[in-house]
Design a protein around this ligand. Structure first.
Ligand code: SF4
Length: 344
């Protein structure tokens, strides 16, 4: 399968193929998300990547060796860095080697150093920059950063010819503001908005009340429909994370994949391999399933050579509960654990 350089496109292609009922001989994907550093200059409350908690980061040599090993095994590799601090600019060569086209940043590095940073991005084949933006009045509270700075970083990225994607984290607090932020993004000529469903597996207990419940998800899909039908937004591409569940509207590829029982692509399964590797060397079935009970392997070093060791692999699917690939494994696990605890 072609390397699209963006996770979303690989996932959509996989969903399209399985949704059309093709079988495993026609498509066997191998995909690894390799998280090489936790270091960050910020500490957002919602951080998916648990940024900055222990400041673990791989050396360039290790990151280069592990990604080369995965490429040699036929994986599409998505290298991931929490924040593109100057000490990691060398790692852009790894992005290029893996043909990965997008980076995510909180924008502070762009504001301070874009004159040096942007040419390096272009040299290394990066075409897309992802920024996270929250509604007015919420952005500061969640990210601890000035919202104007994010807007400035977005403008700079657009002015210098990058495709700009805005990550919009949907919580019970941000859900009612989606339309107003999208209208604001129209003026900034944003290329894409990706909706992310805040999902915590026990990491930030004080934020649990912000998790979307069934009614909120229904409301989200209503807004999704409005956005996709509104002519004003025709130049913005909208995308959503898998943990919103398959799109219930129209002929969306995720809906079709779920009908054929293959919506969740996590882990090593009969259709492909989807792996998530952390800076602490753990291998997991998905970036949303990185709790100890989901660990399926480890990056080890033997005789100065890095290897992927699956000898202590667990039957992670059992830890999800009654797991069905028609839905996101992480969401099913969340429903089983946190939401049931809340009701007690
Ligand atoms: S757990 Fe969810 S996000 Fe992860 S592969 Fe499955 S569907 Fe995708």
């Amino acid at each position: 399968m072609e390397n699209y350089g963006r996770r979303k496109e690989l996932r959509n292609k996989v969903h399209e193929i399985f949704g059309e009922g093709h079988n495993t001989e026609e498509c066997f994907y191998k995909y690894a998300m390799v998280w090489m550093s936790r270091k960050c200059n910020s500490k957002c409350k919602y951080c998916y990547q648990d940024g900055d908690t222990v400041n673990n980061a791989w050396s360039y040599e290790k990151a280069d060796a592990v990604t080369s090993l995965l490429l040699a095994e036929g994986y599409h590799v998505q290298p991931l860095i929490n924040e593109w601090l100057p000490e990691f600019w060398d790692f852009l060569k790894i992005m290029k080697k893996c043909q990965w086209k997008e980076i995510t940043t909180n924008g502070l590095v762009i504001i301070d150093r874009y004159k040096e940073f942007f040419p390096l991005l272009k040299e290394n084949g990066i075409t897309d920059i992802r920024h996270s933006l929250f509604p007015k009045g919420i952005h500061e509270k969640i990210t601890g950063r000035n919202r104007e700075k994010t807007l400035k970083a977005i403008r700079l990225s657009k002015e210098h010819g990058f495709r700009v994607v805005v990550n919009y984290v949907v919580t019970t607090e941000t859900l009612p503001h989606i339309m107003e932020v999208c209208e604001e993004l129209l003026e900034l000529e944003i290329d894409e908005v990706q909706f992310m469903n805040l999902i915590y597996l026990g990491r930030a207990k004080d934020l649990q009340k912000q998790l979307l419940k069934t009614d909120d998800l229904r409301a989200f899909w209503g807004i999704w429909k409005t956005l996709n039908e509104d002519e004003r937004f025709k130049n913005i591409e909208f995308d959503f994370q898998a943990n919103f569940g398959p799109c219930p509207q129209g002929n969306h590829v995720s809906t079709k994949a779920a009908e054929k029982d293959h919506f969740c692509i996590a882990g090593k399964n009969s259709y492909g391999h989807f792996l998530y590797i952390t800076p602490e060397d753990g291998i997991y079935p998905c970036f949303l399933l990185s709790e100890p009970q989901f660990k399926i392997g480890e990056v080890i070093c033997k005789n100065n050579t890095y290897q992927l060791d699956y000898s202590n692999s667990q039957d992670w699917e059992k830890a999800v509960g009654s797991f069905s690939r028609k839905n996101c494994a992480a969401t099913q696990f969340l429903m089983k654990t946190i939401l049931s605890n809340q009701e007690e």
